[in-house]
Design a protein around this ligand. Structure first.
Ligand code: ZN
Length: 499
């Protein structure tokens, strides 16, 4: 085979694969947002079929020699070689799984998700419990095909954040525990910040109007490349850099929920939108890892979105939209309130300071579950115990405890730790960005996109061209250092609570 023949075959294979990926992505977005529930059985059957077809393309044995040829030829463009390496890595992970097993897993994951929804509606873990057990068994089986000698949980961690292992995360979470648990204690004992005014009635229609008229334009999220919908659990999905879909959730008595989930999800969307278009339709055309993706969304949500300058630009219009609720609340008080910290039960509602502890809990649970120290039957008790131990809260119901997250319902284990890692990555980017550009001035002047441009130049445009560790070094000049995150939280919360 000549290089040209290999490239032709490779390009046609990539194109077919990306077409299936696009179709499945749109079907999934539709399912999670607007698709009527009674059509699910019909849809799920055909979606599983399409997933199977995509699987056949991904594991087509004739592509392996093509990938090997491209990887081994120094004359081939280095971007293409990197692509081929990543495709090969994915190929090796999944080609060992029999197709019928893969399709059966996809179906089981969909019904497990449906059972999780039903369990939540009934606030009853026992409805979901057998499905969760099924998902764990499925993952053991699927990973078993890889015949890796690494511990199962470590393989899962590495899938979401390539290059990480249990020792890495143990060190990371130990450092977090060491400094954050005492800090959280101090904050809990300090004079509480009054954020009760945020829990008044804020009519949803007005919230939506403010989001579309003020917030989304400020964030630069425009209709030619992005679209926002509503879901119970906000998420972002995409088909290419010019088709990014986000969702948010409006709550009448919690106006900031929609604001911060919007800023967060649009942060994810910006990452995808800013990947160099030359990578379109390839494996490079997406964020490099879950942690890096989360670093971008959390950067926007917390480091920019909860800052004083951000609200200096946006608060007056919010006050004008809700004069009765906010007229007597000065800007300073509003900003303190949106940063208030309180030990709670719900991860997605957690403040910036206690959030990583929710993740630490899930990390310890998953590690214990797959490492054998937590028997499946005791998972719920272990969950409740860790919440008591680390956050001092009692879990009163399944919905506020083990049923709160969607991730386990489709077998996504090993994903949670990337949330805390992303927050920590973001702190290091933030430190560096502030050295290079006048972040506060841009936010105040409604030039949010200048901050996004910094992220584009240093992170987004690469897509998956470089590993996360290399992007960190290129953009900040040093390896990942969680010290930035801990310093940031200590400084911010000491200031907020006058510690
Ligand atoms: Zn996110």
């Amino acid at each position: 085979m000549t290089i040209q023949e290999a490239l032709d075959q490779y390009n046609s294979w990539k194109f077919r694969l990306s077409a299936y990926e696009m179709a499945l992505s749109i079907i999934n977005i539709d399912r999670m947002t607007v698709a009527p529930s009674d059509g699910s059985a019909y849809r799920d059957e055909r979606t599983a079929y399409l997933s199977g077809e995509k699987f056949s393309i991904e594991t087509d044995p004739s592509i392996l020699p093509v990938l090997d040829l491209l990887i081994g030829q120094p004359g081939v463009d280095s971007d293409i070689r990197r692509e081929a390496e990543l495709y090969r890595r994915e190929f090796m992970k999944i080609h060992v799984i029999p197709k019928e097993e893969y399709v059966a897993f996809s179906k089981a994951a969909t019904s497990s998700y449906d059972a999780w929804l039903k369990a939540r509606q009934n606030n009853d873990y026992s409805i979901f419990e057998p499905h969760l057990k099924g998902m764990i068994e499925w993952q053991k089986k699927l990973y078993g095909y890889r015949k890796s000698d690494r511990p199962l949980y470590e393989q899962m961690l590495d899938d979401y954040e390539p290059g990480t292992d249990i020792a890495f995360y143990d060190r990371f979470f130990d450092r977090l525990k060491e400094r954050l648990i005492p800090l959280i204690q101090k904050v809990q004992n300090a004079e509480p910040i009054d954020d009760s005014f945020l829990k008044q009635s804020f009519p949803e229609e007005l919230q939506k109007k403010w989001t579309s008229d003020v917030l989304l334009p400020y964030l630069g999220f425009t209709k030619n490349w992005g679209y926002q919908n509503e879901t119970e659990h906000p998420f972002t999905a995409w088909t290419c850099e010019n088709d990014c879909r986000t969702t948010t959730r409006y709550e009448e008595y919690n106006m900031t929920a929609a604001i911060f989930s919007t800023i967060h999800e649009v942060g994810h969307a910006w990452y995808e939108h800013n990947v160099s278009p030359k990578f379109d339709g390839t494996i490079l055309s997406t964020g490099i890892s879950s942690g890096m993706h989360e670093s971008q969304s959390r950067f926007c949500e917390n480091y920019l979105g909860r800052s004083f300058p951000f609200w200096k630009a946006n608060y007056t219009s919010l006050q004008n939209t809700f004069p009765d609720q906010l007229r007597d609340i000065p800007l300073e008080q509003f900003v303190r309130a949106v940063n208030a910290s309180k030990c709670g039960l719900i991860r997605t509602a957690a403040d910036e300071l206690t959030y990583p502890v929710h993740i630490l809990i899930r990390y310890e649970l998953e590690k214990g579950l797959f490492g054998g120290s937590i028997p499946f039957e005791q998972l719920k008790e272990a969950w409740n115990d860790l919440y008591r131990q680390y956050l001092g809260v009692e879990v009163p119901s399944d919905c506020e405890g083990i049923l709160q997250d969607v991730h386990w319902s489709d077998g996504s284990f090993g994903y949670f730790p990337t949330y805390a890692l992303g927050s920590a990555f973001a702190a290091q980017f933030y430190h560096r960005m502030r050295e290079e550009i006048a972040v506060d001035n841009y936010l105040e002047r409604s030039e949010y996109c200048t901050c996004i441009d910094w992220l584009k130049t240093h992170i987004h445009r690469y897509g998956a061209l470089y590993p996360a560790a290399k992007i960190m070094e290129l953009s900040t000049g040093e390896p990942f250092n969680p010290g930035y995150y801990l310093d940031y939280l200590e400084e911010k919360y000491s200031r907020l609570y006058y510690l």
